[in-house]
Each structure stands twice: as structure tokens, then as C-alpha cells.
Design a protein around this ligand. Sequence first.
Ligand SMILES: Cc1ncc(COP(=O)(O)O)c(C=O)c1O
Length: 439
Amino acid sequence: MKVRTPLAAAALEPDEGGRYGVYGGRYAPETLMAPLEELSRAYDKLRRKRTFQRRLNHLLEHYVGRPTPLYFAEGLTEHLGGARIYLKREDLLHTGAHKINNALGQVLLAKEMGKTRIIAETGAGQHGVATATAAALLGLDCVVYMGEEDMRRQRLNVYRMQLLGAEVAAVDAGSRTLKDAINEAFRDWVASFADTHYVLGTVTGPEPYPRMVRQFHSVIGSEARRQLRRLAGTPDPDVAVACVGGGSNAMGLFSAFLGQPDVLLVGVEAGGRGPELGDHAARFSGGTLGVLHGARTLVLQDEEGQVVGTHSVSAGLDYPAVGPEHVFLHDQGQIEFTSATDQEAIEGFHLLSATEGILPALESAHAIAEVTRRAPGMDGDQVILVNLSGRGDKDVESVLEYDAASGDQVPVRRPSGGDSVSVRRPSGRHSGSGAGDAE
Ligand SMILES: Cc1ncc(COP(=O)(O)O)c(C=O)c1O
């Protein structure tokens, strides 16, 4: 097992300009410099204010459902053989994903700043639902920008946002996905910052977003460490795995283990249909240094610097750039990045459903796919910690479409011995035996 080099203390916080080494920073239009500075100052003041922290913690506990359980996935562990697998159950949070940790923190901050209107972007819809929820709770107007392609594949979440009183603004530019929704949200903010706060949904964007979003999610990792100590007898897993879209759930989990040289941190990107540029969203294998949405980071772009289209079966990972701190920590040897294809994620989805009775979000299913590759080669006394960033209800239609299109269906008996149903059997070396088999 690879052991990381110890982390320099300076790597834990960006510099004053929001830079992580050569990454990050604040690349924004002139008009947004003052609102970003205002946000940065307000955040630094409020995060130290006891009343703000008390209110946020109270809501996280009583409204959002923290702490989330850490669950020993015995069925999956037995099925794969090897390392013991623990799931951090962010899927059990109110609204169904980790996104609410950050959305609630930022909406509370906006309210303290005297803003009356909230805007957000969304890809999978989870950040939009979380923001619409927080805005409804705190009585603020809310507009969520969403690409038309994402609205099609996540229509349940579109209606959820509307039920929560938010306006969902359809974006028909570009690839009609997350990148285009962020463009539109920034465009809105340039004209509306006087009364509006932009709740950016991941650890990218101009300073202070990356550090602020990471901080609101750091509760994931700090809880997991405490819980692992109790459940597994050690606070530190051998491997911690999380999927990486912009990188917020991963940074929330990993932040507790930075500086622990024996914990291998693994981020899993969307490998999509394959390695051709345009077929995936794996920035660490196809990306080059560029600036997107206010941050200097790895971007999937062509030789002229034009951002290229991306593809992933999961809307939440379908984004051409990654949070700048991830790139910095990767350069430092702190985080290893890999990817899982659409097919592997779909298999991960089925595997967790069959072995544990948990339908994961397709984003989280990428992390499960990585676990299926790693766990069998590890010892039975080793521990893998996986961030189950969200639940899969929103993705059932996408999985159904994918399975129907590939036609590889097998009859699976219901445990009660009732009628047969057709689902895709997880293929590859882990299918055919153990708890994952329903026959
Ligand atoms: C459930 C879930 N997991 C992961 C992600 C990816 O985002 P991030 O990398 O910021 O955690 C999303 C994004 O929408 C999501 O909905």
C-alpha cells in the first residue's frame, strides 16, 4: 500500500488571494470583485461567530439529520472479499445528498448579510434542491439555473425545486449541462449582487468559494473519523474513496485525513464512455491548466483553450473542471485520482443495491466501482471508507434507460419467491457468486 508523504502545514489553507500554489485564485469580472470581497469578509467574520455556528449546528442536527451514520457494509464486504468497507451515509441526509451541508451554510450566511434573493446552479439537481430547501426554510426567493439536458435526465428534481417554491431557469446554451448553468448564474449575479447571493455548489469558483464550501462539508470527514474510531477501532482507514465532480463531497471527507500519511485518499472521476476527449469528465487524465468559472485549475479543453463537451451517465460528475485544491493536493502526492466508466458505475449501482439494499446516487456509484477494484486485493483487517454522497432515487430512470438500451437483462427472483423482475446483473469478475447474486 502506498504511503503518502506528510503534508506541509501551509497546504491546509490557501493564501490570501485564495491560491493553492499556482491553482485557485479569483478570476472574475471587475464588477464581481467587490461582491466577492464582501462575501469573503462576511464569511470570515461569521464563521467565528458563536451565534452563527450554534444556529447552523442546530439546523444541521435537527433539520438536516446530522450526524449521518457510518455503516459497516457487511454484504458488500463479504461479496468482494478483502478489506472491510464502511459507508458514510450522506445519502440519508434531508434532500438526499451531501449538498445540503453547504447550501444551508451559505443561505444562512446570505440571510445574515441581508440578502433577500438566492441564485444557484445545478447539475444532478441535488444542489438545486438543497438550495431551494434552505431558501424555503429561511424565507428567501430562489432561482436555480439548470441545463436543459440535465432537466431532462433529472426531471424529478426539477419538480421538487418547483414544489419548494424555486424558479428553475432552463439553460439552452452550450452542452446544456452544469458548465452552462454556472455561466448563467454568474451572469445573473453580475447584475443582481446588491440583493442576491450566489450559492455555488462545489469547491471551485473564485475565492472564497473553494475554502468556504470545503469548510461547510468538513463535518463529513470529522464525523467519519470519530465514528471509525468507535466502530473499527481506528480513526484512520487504509483507503478513503469519494467521487469527484467539482470535488465538494471528496474534499469534505478528505479534509479530516490530510496530514495522516497512512491514509490513501482516492478521488474517482467520471470515465464516461471511454478515454476520447468529449466522452468523459476525467480532468486528471485529459485536462490541462486553464481558468474556468473564476479558478485556475485543470480543465478539459482543446488546443485553442476552448472548453470541450463532457459526458457522464451521472449529471453531477459531468463538468469539465475540478476544484483547484484537488489539483494542488494531487501535485503534492496527497490524493490519487482514478476514474470509473458509465458501465462500471451502473454495475456499482446494481451491486450496492443487491448486496446492501441501498440504491446509491450514480455519482456515488463511481466510488463504489473503485471499491470493487480495490477491496479484493486488500487484507481482511484493512479498512476502506467510502463517502456515499447521495441516494439513487433521482437516478432510477437513467439506470432503467441505460439497462434497456444495453439489453443485457437477467431475471432476478424476489426474495419472497414472488414474480421475476428483470434487472441488469453486475458483470465482470465480481458477478456470479456471493451476496450480490439474487438467484
Ligand atoms: C449525490 C452527488 N454526489 C456527488 C456530486 C458531485 O459533486 P461534488 O464533486 O461537488 O461532490 C453530486 C453533484 O451534483 C451529487 O449530486
